[in-house]
Design a protein around this ligand. Structure first.
Ligand code: GDP
Ligand code: MG
Length: 443
């Protein structure tokens, strides 16, 4: 019986590797999608060739069309290129007064974004914020910042306007005022031009030198598309940029500028502007932007389905091990992860016939979703060898693991006990209830 099942199993997974033809066909569509999303051409070319390299030869996942699988690879590649799922979006504002300099072309949204971030810092982080406009050629722009500051409550003030001062003088005055006034954060909202020119760059570079900003954010309009690359490159050459902000993400553009600018500068995207109002600011989210670049609707759901299939593939691999009665702490960690995805305890264990005992064991160990996270932390504090061979975990090793995961030794013991009970169960099932288990896991 075991042999026959094994044969079916292999037949389902053994479709070989992604061929160059599969990959090329899918990538042609991706290329168009990226260009339509306004990603700059050199960035598209570079990205496509990387994905191709990665995709060709990759093992085909059963029941996913090769094209879907390539899209999944593209999606993951985009997320990675955008800085990853846990991209750092916090600002360095811990040394008062911390200076944040805003740079960018005129009309990109510098002044609006200044007010939005100031609002966030004052409301969420309880920072005292000073806003200074250095846009001396446009009195209306200085006025605009003052008006915005007035809307933001007592913790946000604007530097009084003094006629006839040069930007560098205003920057110095702002720093002085912040020191005297006990401000945590000072924003320097610089002047922009409609296009980059040398005078503007020299002025901005001088201000950066004087003010030594902790953050210098390049604000760019997401709708500028192909121009974004040139803008990012030129600013990055001259200023100590630390991050990017993409505005007008509420518009029709697909956000390809985000990818282009990130690719050219390697800088983290910190925020997305999503409206004219002052609460229209989101912390950057690589997954969301990757989905948007690929064109929301169809492709994203395809990607999600492909992702589900990948999980299923993992479950199948695990079933293969269980069939042999193998179940180490790596398997337990994987199960815990799957369980979280599939809606906690009711998930995978519920699908296992005859798994009542394991379920009881887990209930006895008091497993809920928070506990599951802690258990994952405990297992990841173990060495690879310990995970493969739990018997290695003597008292002193358990102590080390507990310290590493920030828990008590008794918590480590609970995980080990749970693992033992589950491993026992797997062994029994590998002798008896194989078929049901395979069906349940293989879906
Ligand atoms: P600055 O010249 O770089 O300082 O640009 P402003 O902050 O004055 O913004 C120019 C225009 O863009 C204003 O009308 C803003 O209301 C608008 N704006 C800024 N950010 C956003 C955004 O995220 N979404 C939308 N829809 N409009 C924005
Ligand atoms: Mg402005």
């Amino acid at each position: 019986l075991t042999d026959r099942l094994g044969g079916i199993f292999d037949g389902l997974t053994g479709r070989g590797a992604l061929s160059e033809k599969d990959v090329s066909a899918a990538l042609r569509e991706i290329r168009v999608a990226l260009l339509e999303a306004d990603v700059a051409l050199p960035v598209v070319k570079d990205f496509i060739s990387k994905v191709k390299e990665r995709a060709v030869g990759e093992e085909v996942i059963r029941s996913v069309k090769p094209g879907q699988q390539v899209i999944k690879i593209v999606h993951d590649g985009l997320v990675e290129m955008l800085g990853g799922e846990d991209a750092e979006t916090r600002l360095r504002v811990d040394n008062p007064p911390s200076v944040i300099m805003m740079a960018g072309l005129q009309g990109s949204g510098k002044t609006t974004t200044t007010a939005k971030i100031a609002k966030r810092l004052s409301e969420r982080d309880k920072k005292k914020v000073l806003l200074a406009s250095l846009d001396v050629r446009r009195p209306a722009a200085m006025e605009q910042l003052a008006v915005l500051a007035d809307q933001l409550g007592a913790n946000v003030t604007s530097l009084p306007i003094v006629q006839g001062q040069m930007p560098a003088e205003i920057a110095r005055r702002a720093l002085q005022a912040a020191k005297l006034g006990g401000h945590d954060v000072v924003f320097l909202d610089t002047a922009g031009r409609t296009s980059i020119d040398e005078q503007m760059m020299a002025e901005a570079a001088e201000i950066a030198k004087i003010a030594e900003p902790k953050e210098t954010l390049l604000v760019a309009d997401a709708l500028t598309g192909q121009d974004a690359v040139e803008t990012a490159r030129r600013f990055h050459e001259r200023l100590p940029l630390t991050g990017l902000v993409l505005t007008r993400m509420d518009g029709d553009g697909r956000g390809g500028a985000a990818l282009s600018m990130r690719a050219v500068t390697g800088l983290p995207i910190k925020f997305l502007g999503t409206g004219e109002k002052l609460d229209g600011l989101d912390a950057f989210d690589a997954k969301r932007v990757a989905g948007r670049i690929l064109g929301q609707g169809d492709i994203v759901s395809l990607v999600e389905r492909a992702g589900d299939q990948l999980d299923q593939e993992k479950a199948e691999r695990m079933a293969k091990r269980m069939r042999k009665g193998e179940f180490d702490l790596n398997d337990l960690a994987e199960q815990l992860k799957q369980m979280q995805k599939m809606g906690g305890l009711g998930g995978i264990m519920g699908m296992l016939p005859g798994a009542k005992k394991a379920k009881q064991a887990m209930a006895a160990a008091n497993v809920d979703d928070n506990v599951i996270k802690r258990q994952e932390a405990i297992i990841s504090s173990m060495t690879r060898k310990e995970r493969e061979k739990p018997a290695l975990l003597n008292a002193s090793r358990r102590k080390r693991v507990a310290a590493g995961a920030g828990v008590e030794v008794s918590d480590v013991n609970k995980v080990l006990k749970m693992h033992r009970q589950m491993a026992d169960m797997m062994k029994k099932m590998s002798k008896g209830g194989m078929k049901g288990m395979m069906n349940a896991l293989g879906g």
